[in-house]
Write a protein that binds this ligand. Structure first.
Ligand code: BEZ
Length: 266
């Protein structure tokens, strides 16, 4: 009996805990792919700015379920994708088995062979260690290589955030990194990049069939793990009633503000 207990505490319990932790930490990749396709559809115009060339090695940093990695590969480039979430990587591999995907974090990844370009769409605002991410990007680039990235800029989804803060009673809630243009350019330059393009702009974004509730649940619920399902649903409804101006012609439209940059490793 004692041995059974020891085995339970040493071997079984840690595995159960890890499974429970993983299931709360990973994204719902299937739901993401089906309901949030606008994320990579908007990213397609960023690929035009990347202008991938045949034979170039290009890293898609935060590739999610791989749609933009595949779009880069259609230009004849050698496209690689990394994402910190194993569920996203599993889905990306299932979607595009001929491409290389692996799990890695933006603030600590390293490549054995440097790339011609690092591409990143709607990911860097999830990385609180922004300086570390930029350092690893610079290290991953060949001299003359380019970073082409879009992230949420200062003021991104501010209407939603303010409502969320008011309803939850949590001040300064913003769990994301939404830098101003000058701040981000300075960060890139300090890391040894020469910034050739930087633009911050409003991009009101229709949230698709799952609406504001679906958006909040996919991207925000992880920060409210202490709430029960019923409490979360109530909070979401309260947020909705706070921001009727975002409900336009039968569609929820989020007040996205984007920051786009192109920078060269000197
Ligand atoms: C964005 O793409 O700007 C974004 C998405 C989810 C949460 C926060 C920001």
């Amino acid at each position: 009996m004692d041995r059974l207990l020891v085995a339970y505490y040493w071997y079984v319990l840690p595995i159960v805990c890890e499974i429970l932790f993983m299931s709360s930490a990973v994204w719902d990749a299937t739901n993401y792919q089906e309901q949030f396709d606008y994320v990579w559809q908007y990213g397609e115009s960023l690929i035009s700015q990347l202008a991938p060339q045949a034979g170039e090695r290009i890293l898609d940093l935060g590739c999610g379920t791989g749609q933009l990695t595949q779009a880069i590969a259609t230009h004849g480039s050698i496209a690689l994708g990394i994402d910190s979430d194993p569920a996203m990587i599993a889905q990306a591999k299932a979607n595009y088995p001929s491409l290389s995907f692996w799990t890695d974090s933006a603030d600590s990844f390293q490549l054995s062979v440097p790339v011609d370009a690092v591409f990143s769409n709607a990911v860097l605002h999830w990385v609180s260690e922004a300086e570390a991410a930029v350092e690893h990007i610079v290290e991953a680039l060949k001299p003359g290589g380019r970073l082409v990235a879009e992230l949420g800029g200062k003021g991104n989804v501010q209407t939603i955030l303010t409502a969320l803060e008011e309803v939850s009673g949590e001040a300064n809630l913003n769990p994301w990194y939404f830098p101003g243009l000058g701040e981000y350019v300075a960060l890139l330059e300090a890391a040894g990049l020469s910034v050739t393009y930087a633009h911050i702009f409003d991009r009101p974004t229709p949230l698709g069939a799952s609406g504001l509730a679906g958006w909040l649940t996919m991207f925000g619920q992880r920060f409210f793990q202490h709430l029960s399902a019923e409490e979360w649903t109530r909070l979401v409804r309260q947020v909705e009633t706070k921001v009727p101006q975002l409900y336009q012609d039968g569609v929820w439209v989020a007040d996205y503000r984007r920051l786009r940059v192109i920078a060269i490793k000197v």
